[in-house]
Each structure stands twice: as structure tokens, then as C-alpha cells.
Design a binder for this molecule. Structure first.
Ligand code: HEC
Ligand code: HEC
Ligand code: HEC
Ligand code: HEC
Ligand code: HEC
Ligand code: HEC
Ligand code: HEC
Ligand code: HEC
Length: 356
């Protein structure tokens, strides 16, 4: 009992010392929220300091980078999109004031991705936070436009081709979207998804929930439904057709969770995939990495290593490499095992590449 009281007093003293300094208002991290879960690789870091009082500001992120602001802008706001590494990230901000005081604050966030074993689930202390409420947006509206009011902005037409089934209207200048000033970075990776790059963010971020995220309804103006597939089908009817008329279907696609494999914004990989195709498939199908699954007895008698699944040109798709999706359609198929064939036996697929 007595010992508890001492601990309590010590603890209180400790909080007073550290908390006291932090509460002096020298340094506030307005975003990200401590303990937030991210599903994409960037967090918006917004640091508030008293105008003109800070000599130097250092930011240490999960990527280990150090941003150093030597001069203090008059406004006292520092905004910076920071790249996250998979899993746990500590973002630490250190402010050095003109009167030689040093104030440090940090937040911890978790970048989650279901196709990486090390980061597929956030530990219990993390949760999903939502930013877009009137109350939060007010803090930014002094400098940022918060209303998505670009109805009158000039538009251009994207013609139906490739994955697209109908012409669509997009902004001529993405900068006309108010989302651009804060979220440009989401569209900055090598392969950008057209509706994101053109800032038609609200085609998916309708504010509505789906059956998997009903409890989140009303928490953000820009919520997106989970499953997201019905929104993808607004433009990708062909995938919807395959799924409607298939004989074999694929777990994650059937559940409508296209975003498990595709990053809806942009990605370094083709088709905006979260990993290169071979690595993506073998994340969930590790036992298929050897190629011994492919009509094993037959192939093995002719080629002891089993059938190749990569590292050779794909005879059926000029310019592309052989990979799992050379033989399997990840969305569904009229044949067995998602094979790119309408035939009823797996052997039918061989003809795509082996003419004899
Ligand atoms: C005092 C003015 C001011 C306030 C208040 C302000 N910002 Fe900013 N913000 C800016 C300016 C100016 C830029 C552009 C900075 C640049 O281009 O280097 C910016 C850029 C950003 C960026 C993009 C940074 C990047 O690296 O891409 C984000 C994200 C951002 N702000 C978020 C916010 C949020 C969230 C709030 C409210 C909590 C907020 N800002 C409040 C002035 C402000
Ligand atoms: C002032 C900066 C700012 C502007 C402008 C802005 N956002 Fe955000 N948004 C944020 C911040 C901060 C978060 C929290 C996550 C993060 O760290 O980026 C966020 C989160 C989100 C989320 C995740 C759900 C949520 O509410 O947290 C979506 C979706 C989103 N924004 C869409 C949009 C769209 C669409 C627009 C344009 C109509 C927009 N944002 C304009 C700063 C901004
Ligand atoms: C094709 C549909 C689609 C479009 C277009 C789209 N998003 Fe998203 N967005 C999603 C989905 C689905 C998620 C859920 C998380 C995930 O799968 O990565 C998401 C998540 C987000 C998040 C939360 C990221 C995080 O780290 O948790 C932000 C912020 C966001 N979107 C902003 C935007 C902005 C800004 C635009 C326009 C430039 C945009 N989105 C366009 C589908 C879309
Ligand atoms: C507003 C319309 C629209 C929506 C909604 C939409 N897309 Fe797209 N998508 C496009 C356009 C436009 C292209 C580029 C078409 C082209 O040039 O092949 C594209 C391209 C793609 C591609 C690459 C196609 C290729 O052949 O390279 C993939 C993959 C894709 N989208 C997935 C998705 C997913 C997953 C969703 C839902 C989360 C989605 N899209 C929602 C319009 C949309
Ligand atoms: C299991 C992972 C996975 C899931 C889930 C998934 N895709 Fe794909 N998707 C891929 C891969 C891999 C490719 C590239 C296929 C190739 O090699 O041509 C692709 C290609 C595409 C393309 C462009 C080429 C084409 O086949 O039309 C579109 C559009 C597309 N996906 C949309 C979607 C939509 C919409 C959903 C949800 C209904 C979805 N995807 C779910 C893995 C996936
Ligand atoms: C997120 C995990 C995940 C990813 C990524 C994934 N799959 Fe699957 N796959 C599944 C699940 C779940 C099943 C259904 C398992 C079962 O019923 O045994 C499945 C089943 C299959 C089947 C068997 C279908 C049948 O009719 O028996 C094939 C073939 C397949 N996947 C190929 C692929 C290919 C090719 C890729 C990469 C484009 C891929 N998968 C990526 C989860 C995944
Ligand atoms: C050359 C064509 C080809 C390639 C490349 C290929 N597969 Fe297959 N796969 C098949 C055939 C044919 C079957 C039918 C069953 C069999 O032959 O054992 C099959 C079956 C499967 C099954 C279902 C097996 C079962 O027992 O349930 C999965 C899962 C699968 N493949 C995943 C993959 C993955 C992951 C890759 C890439 C690492 C891949 N395949 C590459 C042709 C291929
Ligand atoms: C998407 C194209 C593709 C499909 C479909 C495909 N293969 Fe292959 N196959 C290849 C490539 C590429 C090689 C490697 C050729 C080389 O090394 O020159 C190969 C090699 C082989 C080999 C070993 C080398 C040889 O020719 O003796 C056998 C056996 C084989 N395949 C059998 C099959 C069978 C059986 C099927 C149907 C289940 C099949 N393949 C489907 C592309 C394919």
C-alpha cells in the first residue's frame, strides 16, 4: 500500500516534468494521431509551433530520414508527407527554440498490408483513426481549401480502352481539386491509377460504408465501402463479367477486396499491385513457388525441375515474362483452377504456349 503511494508520487512527478514541458505549447503534433493504423505508405505530418520561436526542427521518420528545417517560417506550421515503412513506425519531432530549449515529441503509427507477413495485422494498441470531420478540418482551413468544390473546373475526356469500359470525365488540372494540396503524394508512385492521378477521389471515397465496415459509417466524409468491388465495377465491367460467368473463382476477388492486391492510388508495380505478381501470388500460395504443381507427373518426366513459373519470356503474351498470371486469371475463369482456358481439363491451357 505504502509502496504504491510512493510509486504514484514518483509517477506523478515524472509526468509533471515531461508533460509540463510538452504542454508549454512549444510543439504540437496535429497529425498523425498517435497509435493510428495506415493502409497506404504515407502519413501527413503536421507540426504546430509558436510563430517565429523555433530555430531548428528535426523530423526522424520510420524510414530513418531526417528532415531539418533551419529557419522557422512565420506561420509556425510545418506540413510534410512522410513515407512509412511496413509495420511499426516512430516519428519523432525535435524543436530547438531561440532560447536554447529542446522539446521532443513522438507518435507511433502502424503501416499495415495484408500481403506482407510481418505487417498483416497491427498489434492491439493501434487502431484506425479518421481525420475528415468538420472539427478537424477547421484546424487547417486557414491555409487549405477544405471544400471539394471543383464542379466548374475545366474537364477532359478519357477514352474507353484497356481496362476501361466507358469514356469518363476527369479534371484537366488535378491541382484544381482541393485534395491535391495534402494528398498529392498518394498518386506519385511510378504507375498511377487514372481516377486517382486525375483526383476523382470521390468516385471511391463516397462517404459510404460496405458490409465489412458498417461500424465506421459517419466517421469520415470520405470513407470508402469495404468491399470496394462495386465501385471498381463502375468502370471495370469486364472484370465484373468474368466474375459473374466463371466456373472457378478466387477467394480474395470473390470477397470484393480488390484492394488486397491492387493499391487503388498508385504503385511502383504494374497494374498498381502491392507486390510484383510472382511475389504477390506466393505470399498466399507459398507451396506453389516451385512450379511442381503444374500437371506434375507429366511435366516432371520431361523436365526434372518441374515447370518454370518465371524468368522466361511468356510465349502467350509478347513482351511479358512468364508468371503465375500467364496461366491463371486472378479474377476468375470459365475453366478449372482459374486457368486461362474455357476447357474443362487443365491440359487445355497448355495449348496457349505449346503448339504441338
Ligand atoms: C499556416 C498555414 C497552414 C496551416 C494552418 C496548415 N497548413 Fe498544411 N500546408 C501549408 C503549406 C504552405 C503547404 C505547402 C508546403 C510546401 O509546398 O512545401 C502545406 C502542405 C501540406 C501537406 C502536404 C505536404 C507534403 O509534403 O506533401 C499536408 C499533408 C498538409 N499541409 C496538411 C495539413 C493539415 C492536416 C493541416 C491542419 C491540421 C494543415 N496542413 C494546416 C500551410 C498550412
Ligand atoms: C488539409 C489537408 C487535407 C486536405 C485538403 C484533404 N485531406 Fe484527406 N486527410 C488529411 C489527413 C491529415 C488525413 C489523415 C491521414 C494522413 O495522415 O494523411 C486524411 C485522411 C483522408 C482519408 C482517410 C479517412 C479519414 O478521414 O481519415 C481519406 C479517404 C481522405 N483523406 C480523402 C480526402 C479527399 C477525397 C480530399 C479532397 C476532397 C481530402 N482528403 C482533402 C488531410 C487532408
Ligand atoms: C479506385 C478507388 C479509389 C480512388 C479513386 C481513390 N481511393 Fe483512396 N482508398 C481507396 C481504398 C479501397 C482505400 C482503403 C485502404 C487501401 O486499400 O489502401 C483507400 C484509402 C485512402 C486513404 C487512407 C490511406 C491510409 O493510409 O489508411 C486516403 C488518405 C485516401 N484513400 C485518399 C485518396 C485520395 C486523396 C484520392 C484521390 C487522389 C483517392 N484516395 C482515390 C480507394 C480509392
Ligand atoms: C472512375 C473510373 C474508375 C474506377 C472507379 C476504377 N478504375 Fe481502375 N482504371 C480506370 C482507368 C481510366 C484506367 C486506365 C485504363 C487504361 O488506360 O487501360 C484504369 C486502370 C486500372 C488498372 C490497370 C489496367 C491495365 O490494363 O493496365 C487496374 C488494375 C485497375 N484500374 C484497378 C481498379 C480497381 C481495383 C478499382 C477499384 C478499387 C478501380 N480500378 C476503379 C478507371 C477506374
Ligand atoms: C489476388 C490478387 C488480385 C485481386 C484480389 C484482384 N486482382 Fe486485379 N489483377 C491482379 C493481377 C495479378 C493482375 C495482372 C494480371 C496479368 O498478368 O495480366 C490484375 C489485373 C487487373 C486489371 C487489368 C487487366 C485485366 O485483367 O482486366 C484490372 C482492371 C483489375 N485487375 C481489376 C480488379 C478488380 C476490379 C478487382 C476486384 C473485383 C481485382 N482486380 C482483384 C490481381 C488481383
Ligand atoms: C490474399 C491471399 C491471396 C493472394 C495474394 C492470392 N491468392 Fe490465390 N487463393 C487465395 C485463397 C484464400 C484461395 C482459396 C483457397 C482454397 O479454397 O483452397 C485461393 C485459390 C487459388 C487458386 C485455386 C482456385 C481453384 O479453383 O481451386 C488458384 C489457382 C490461385 N489461388 C491462384 C493465385 C494466383 C495466380 C495469385 C496471384 C495473382 C493468387 N492466387 C494470389 C488467396 C490468395
Ligand atoms: C504454366 C502454367 C502455370 C503457371 C505458370 C502457374 N500455374 Fe498454377 N496451375 C497450373 C495448372 C495447369 C494447374 C492445375 C492443377 C495441376 O496441374 O496440378 C494449377 C493449379 C494451381 C493451384 C491450385 C492447386 C491445388 O492443388 O489446389 C494454385 C493455388 C496455383 N496453381 C497457383 C499458382 C501460383 C501461385 C503460381 C506462380 C508461382 C502458378 N500457379 C503458376 C498452371 C500454372
Ligand atoms: C503461359 C505459357 C505456358 C503455358 C500455358 C504452359 N507452358 Fe510449359 N513452358 C512454358 C515456357 C516458357 C517453358 C520454358 C521453355 C524454355 O525453357 O525454353 C515451358 C516448359 C515446359 C516443359 C519443359 C520443357 C519442354 O518443353 O520439354 C514442359 C514439359 C511443359 N512446359 C509442359 C507444359 C504443360 C503440360 C502445360 C499445360 C498444363 C504447359 N506447359 C503450359 C510456357 C508455358
Amino acid at each position: 500500500m505504502r509502496r504504491n503511494r510512493i510509486t504514484a508520487i514518483l509517477l506523478f512527478g515524472f509526468l509533471f516534468l515531461t508533460g509540463g514541458r510538452a504542454d508549454s505549447g512549444i510543439l504540437e503534433i496535429e497529425s498523425p494521431q498517435n497509435g493510428a493504423i495506415y493502409d497506404d505508405a504515407y502519413a501527413s505530418l503536421v507540426v504546430k509551433t509558436p510563430p517565429g520561436k523555433i530555430r531548428r526542427l528535426e523530423i526522424e521518420t520510420g524510414e530513418g530520414k531526417l528532415y531539418i528545417y533551419k529557419h522557422s517560417p512565420k506561420t509556425g506550421y510545418y506540413c510534410k508527407s512522410v513515407k512509412l515503412k511496413l509495420g511499426d513506425n516512430n516519428i519523432t519531432v525535435t524543436a530547438y527554440t531561440d532560447d536554447n530549449e529542446t522539446v521532443k515529441k513522438s507518435v507511433e503509427v502502424f503501416y499495415r498490408s495484408e500481403v506482407y507477413e510481418t505487417a498483416d495485422e497491427a498489434p492491439y494498441r493501434f487502431k484506425k483513426y479518421f481525420f475528415h470531420s468538420d472539427k478537424n478540418e477547421k484546424k487547417c482551413s486557414r491555409c487549405h481549401k477544405m471544400e471539394p468544390d471543383f464542379k466548374k473546373a475545366p474537364k477532359k475526356t478519357v477514352k474507353a480502352k484497356g481496362g476501361l469500359t466507358e469514356d469518363i470525365q476527369v479534371l484537366e488540372n488535378p491541382q484544381d481539386s482541393n485534395c491535391y494540396s495534402c494528398h498529392e503524394v498518394l498518386t506519385s508512385r511510378k504507375n498511377g491509377h487514372a481516377p486517382s492521378v486525375n483526383f476523382m477521389c470521390t468516385v471511391c471515397h463516397t462517404g459510404k460504408a460496405g458490409e465489412n465496415n458498417l461500424p465506421d459509417e459517419g466517421k469520415s466524409k470520405y470513407l470508402q465501402p469495404d468491399p470496394i468491388a462495386p465501385d471498381c465495377f463502375k468502370c471495370h465491367e469486364r472484370v465484373e463479367e468474368i466474375m459473374k460467368h466463371n466456373r472457378s473463382d478466387h477467394g480474395p476477388t470473390k470477397l470484393g477486396r480488390c484492394n488486397k492486391c491492387h493499391n487503388p492510388h498508385s504503385s511502383p508495380n504494374p497494374f498498381f499491385l502491392r507486390k510484383p505478381i510472382w511475389e504477390l501470388c506466393t505470399t498466399c500460395h507459398a507451396e506453389m513457388a516451385s512450379g511442381k504443381h503444374i500437371i506434375n507427373a507429366f511435366v516432371f518426366s520431361r523436365n526434372k525441375g518441374g515447370h518454370p513459373t518465371r524468368g522466361r519470356p511468356d510465349p502467350s503474351r509478347p513482351g511479358r515474362e512468364l508468371v503465375c498470371s500467364s496461366c491463371h486469371n486472378p479474377h476468375g475463369s470459365k475453366g478449372p483452377f482459374l486457368l486461362r482456358t474455357t476447357g474443362s481439363t487443365p491440359f487445355k491451357v497448355c495449348k496457349r504456349c505449346h503448339k504441338k
